[in-house]
Design a protein around this ligand. Structure first.
Ligand SMILES: [Zn+2]
Ligand SMILES: [Zn+2]
Ligand SMILES: [Zn+2]
Length: 665
C-alpha cells in the first residue's frame, strides 16, 4: 500500500490505533532508498548507533517531514511546535552552525599563529648569543624582546589550539545519544594545554597553598594521558532527556507514535544538536575558568618575582658606557636565571588568558544569538571564513609580528652572507646551520630553518619570484600572488585567484547562500571514498538484486553533504575522469539521487569544456522556461590542478571554484 505523505488516511489511523505493529509496518513501508519511495532513506524507527550516519540529518524540516508522513499534518504541526518551543531545537541548529563556522575561523587563526611562532622561535635561537657574557650582554634588549613576544605568542597559540581541538570535538559529538561522550570532552579541562600552564605555574609560585593545590591537580595532568574511565562517560543529554520526558507527558499521542517521534529526533540530528549546545556551555565555562586562573596567576607571578630586565639593570654592572657592555657576578646571573624562568611561566599565562577569554566570548555570542550567522563561510572574502567585527584573536596575535619585522630581516641578510661575516654574526649563522640539506641551494641548516626541503632563504626567494616554495614542479600559475603562497602545496585560498578551500559542509553553505545555479562535483575522493578511477560498485552490479545493490552501495563511504546536494539541487552534476559512469550512476541512485547527471572527462582533457557545455545547456533551458540563470555556479574538486586550468579560470565570473579538503573543516 502506498500512502500519501500529506494524508495518511483515516483508515490507516484507525488500524494504527488497533495495533502498534500495523503502525510500524505502515511507516516502514514509506521509507526506501528508491526514488519512488514516499521518503527516500532509512526509516527512523530503525535508527541505531551503527547506522545513524546513513540518515539525512541536520535540519528541523526533516523531523517535520517524518512526523507529517507518519501521523498527518495536523499532529505534525502540533507536535513540532511543542517540541521546538520546549527544546529550542531550531536555535540549537543555528548554534551548531555558528560553532562549525567558529571552528573554521579558529583553524585559520591557528595556522597564522603557528607561522608566527615558528619565526619567533627561529629568532630566539638565532639571537641566543645576545645573552652571553662573551658579548657583554650588549644586545640583550633584542633577545629579551624576542623572548617576551615568543612566550606570549606560544601561550596564545596553545590557547587557540585548545579552542580548536575542543570545538572540533564538540561539533562532531556522536549523533546517537546512547554513545559515550568523546573522551576529550570528558576530560575537560584536564587535557587542555593551557590548563597545564596554570597547574605548572601554581607548582612554581612558591606559595604553600598553591603548591598543595598543584600537587592535587598534578595527578590529573600527567602527560595529558587518557584513562579507561574517560572512555565510558555518558553524553551530555540532559536537555534531550528533559525534552523527551516532557513530550511523553504533555504531547497527546500514543506511545508507539511518540516512539517514532523520538526516533526521528535522534535520526535527524536533533539529539546531537542539543548535546552540542550543552557541550558549548560546558566549554565556555571551562575557558572562562582557565582564563581567570591564568590571569590571576600571571599577575601574582609578576608581583612576587623580579622582572629579568630589572635584574639586569640593577644587578649587572656597566663595563663600558659607550658600547653598553655589562658584567654580571655569579649571584647576579643566578638572580637573572630565576627571574627569567618565572618570566617564561608568566608569559605563557599572559599569552593564553586573553585568547581563552576571547574564545569564551564568541562561544557565548553563538549561544546568545542562534539566529545570527556569526562566522558565515562566504564567497566574497579572501578566505572561506568571515570574521565578525570585534574578533580580536587575529589582531591579538599579529602584535607579535612587529617583533619579527624588527629583527627577522637582519637575520636573513646575515644568513645570506654566510662565510662573509665574522665575530658574533658568524656565531649566529653557525647556530642556524645543521645537517638538513636544502634541496634548492645545497646549504645545510638545522631543522628549524627548513620547511619540507626548502630553507628560509630559498623560500623567501621563491615567494619573491612568484613561484611555489615547496615543490619545484608547480607551475607559476599555482602561485597566488595575493596570499604569496602556492594554492596546491600550502593552506592558501584566494578569491582573486578564484579558489576557495572547504569541506562538504562549506560547499553546501556556499550553494545555499549564493543560490548557486549549477553545481559540479568531482566523484573520486570527493563524493565517494573511491580511489581515482575505481568503480564504486562490484563488477557484477548489474546482476544484483535491489537489496544486494543497496548493501554494496552502502559499503563505499559516501559524503552525505554532497549526496544531499545531488538529491536536492536540480542542476547538480558529477564531473569525473572515472570511466565507470554506469556504476557511478547506479551507485548514486542507490543513495537516493533520483536522476544522477554524470559527465565523463577523457584523459588529458580539461574539465572546463564539459562544465561549459553543461552550463550553456542549462542556461538555454532556463531561458526557455523564463527562469533566472544569473546566479554563479560552483565547481568542487580535490585536485587544485583541475581548478587552475585556463579554460576553467576563464569562467571565473560564472563558476566559483572550491578546492575540496576535509582538513579545512
Ligand atoms: Zn636553500
Ligand atoms: Zn590570489
Ligand atoms: Zn606548490
Amino acid at each position: 500500500m502506498r500512502v500519501s505523505a500529506r494524508d495518511p488516511g483515516a483508515a490507516a489511523a484507525a488500524a494504527d490505533a488497533a495495533s502498534p505493529e500495523s503502525f510500524r509496518r505502515r511507516v516502514r513501508a514509506m521509507y526506501a532508498l528508491t526514488p519512488d519511495a514516499t521518503i527516500q532513506g532509512l526509516c527512523p524507527l530503525d535508527v541505531n548507533a551503527r547506522n545513524i550516519d546513513s540518515y539525512e540529518q541536520g535540519r528541523w524540516e526533516l523531523v517535520r517531514r517524518d512526523v507529517a508522513a507518519a501521523l498527518g499534518d495536523a499532529v505534525a504541526r502540533r507536535a513540532c511546535a511543542f517540541l521546538d518551543d520546549v527544546g529550542a531545537i531550531q536555535d540549537a541548529f543555528g548554534i551548531r552552525t555558528n560553532a562549525v563556522n567558529f571552528k573554521k575561523v579558529l583553524l585559520r587563526a591557528l595556522y597564522e599563529t603557528e607561522a608566527l611562532e615558528l619565526r619567533l622561535r627561529r629568532l630566539l635561537t638565532y639571537y641566543r648569543g645576545d645573552m652571553h657574557k662573551d658579548g657583554g650582554y650588549r644586545d640583550a634588549a633584542r633577545f629579551r624582546e624576542t623572548c617576551a613576544a615568543h612566550g606570549r605568542c606560544r601561550g596564545a597559540m596553545k590557547a587557540i589550539c585548545d579552542a580548536r581541538v575542543f570545538l572540533k570535538q564538540i561539533c562532531c559529538v556522536p549523533r546517537h545519544p546512547e554513545c559515550y561522550r568523546p573522551k576529550r570532552l570528558a576530560t575537560m579541562p584536564r587535557t587542555m594545554i593551557t590548563r597545564g600552564f596554570v597547574v605548572r605555574a601554581r607548582a612554581k609560585t612558591g606559595r604553600d597553598a598553591d603548591a598543595d593545590r598543584a600537587a592535587r591537580d598534578e595527578d590529573d595532568v600527567v602527560g595529558y594521558a587518557f584513562t579507561p574511565r574517560d572512555e565510558t562517560q555518558p553524553s551530555l543529554t540532559n536537555d534531550f532527556d528533559r525534552l523527551v520526558t516532557r513530550a511523553r507527558e504533555e504531547l497527546r499521542v500514543r506511545t508507539h507514535e511518540m516512539d517514532f517521534i523520538v526516533a526521528s529526533l535522534v535520526a535527524r540530528g536533533v539529539a546531537k544538536a542539543l548535546v552540542v549546545r550543552e557541550e558549548l556551555r560546558a566549554f565556555s565555562k571551562t575557558c572562562g575558568d582557565v582564563a581567570r586562573d591564568a590571569e590571576k596567576l600571571a599577575s601574582r607571578v609578576r608581583r612576587d618575582h623580579d622582572d629579568p630586565d630589572i635584574v639586569m639593570r640593577e644587578r649587572f654592572t656597566v663595563v663600558d658606557e659607550e658600547t653598553g657592555e655589562l658584567h654580571a657576578s655569579s649571584e647576579a646571573l643566578e638572580a637573572f636565571r630565576v627571574a627569567a624562568e618565572m618570566d617564561s611561566v608568566a608569559l605563557a599565562l599572559e599569552g593564553s588568558a586573553p585568547a581563552l577569554a576571547e574564545t569564551k566570548r564568541w562561544i557565548d555570542e553563538a549561544l546568545a544569538n542562534p539566529r545570527t550567522r556569526l562566522f558565515a563561510a562566504g564567497d566574497d572574502a579572501h578566505t572561506t571564513s568571515f570574521v565578525p567585527d570585534g574578533f580580536a584573536l587575529v589582531k591579538m596575535v599579529s602584535e607579535y609580528a612587529e617583533t619579527i619585522e624588527r629583527y627577522e630581516p637582519g637575520a636573513l641578510v646575515e644568513l645570506a652572507r654566510a662565510g662573509r661575516v665574522d665575530g658574533a654574526a658568524a656565531a649566529r649563522v653557525t647556530r642556524a646551520e645543521g645537517t638538513k640539506r636544502c634541496g634548492r641551494c645545497d646549504r645545510s641548516y638545522s631543522k628549524l630553518w627548513i620547511v619540507g626541503s626548502t630553507c628560509v632563504l630559498c623560500e623567501q626567494a621563491a615567494r619573491d619570484a612568484g613561484r611555489c616554495p615547496i615543490s619545484p614542479a608547480c607551475p607559476p600559475g599555482f602561485f597566488c600572488p595575493h596570499a604569496r603562497a602556492c594554492l596546491r602545496c600550502e593552506r592558501a585560498a584566494c578569491d582573486a585567484c578564484g579558489v576557495s578551500r572547504g569541506d562538504a559542509e562549506d560547499v553546501a553553505q556556499l550553494v545555499e547562500t549564493t543560490n548557486a545555479f549549477c553545481v559540479f562535483l568531482d566523484f573520486d575522493r570527493t563524493i565517494c571514498a573511491t580511489k581515482a578511477g575505481a568503480s564504486p560498485l562490484p563488477k557484477n552490479f548489474l546482476d544484483l538484486t535491489p537489496e544486494a545493490l543497496a548493501a554494496a552501495a552502502r559499503r563505499r563511504a559516501v559524503d552525505e553533504d554532497f549526496v544531499s546536494l545531488l538529491r536536492s539541487h536540480g542542476r547538480a552534476y558529477v564531473v569525473t575522469r572515472n570511466s565507470n559512469v554506469d556504476a557511478i550512476e547506479t551507485y548514486l541512485r542507490a543513495h537516493g539521487v533520483a536522476r544522477p547527471k554524470v559527465r565523463r572527462v577523457m584523459p588529458g582533457e580539461s574539465k572546463g569544456p564539459t562544465i561549459r557545455r553543461a552550463l550553456d545547456g542549462e542556461v538555454d533551458a532556463a531561458a526557455r522556461r523564463g527562469e533566472d540563470a544569473r546566479a554563479p555556479s560552483v565547481f568542487v574538486d580535490d585536485d587544485v590542478r583541475e581548478l587552475l586550468r585556463d579554460d576553467v579560470r576563464e569562467m571565473r565570473e560564472r563558476v566559483k571554484c572550491v578546492l575540496f579538503s576535509r582538513a579545512a573543516s
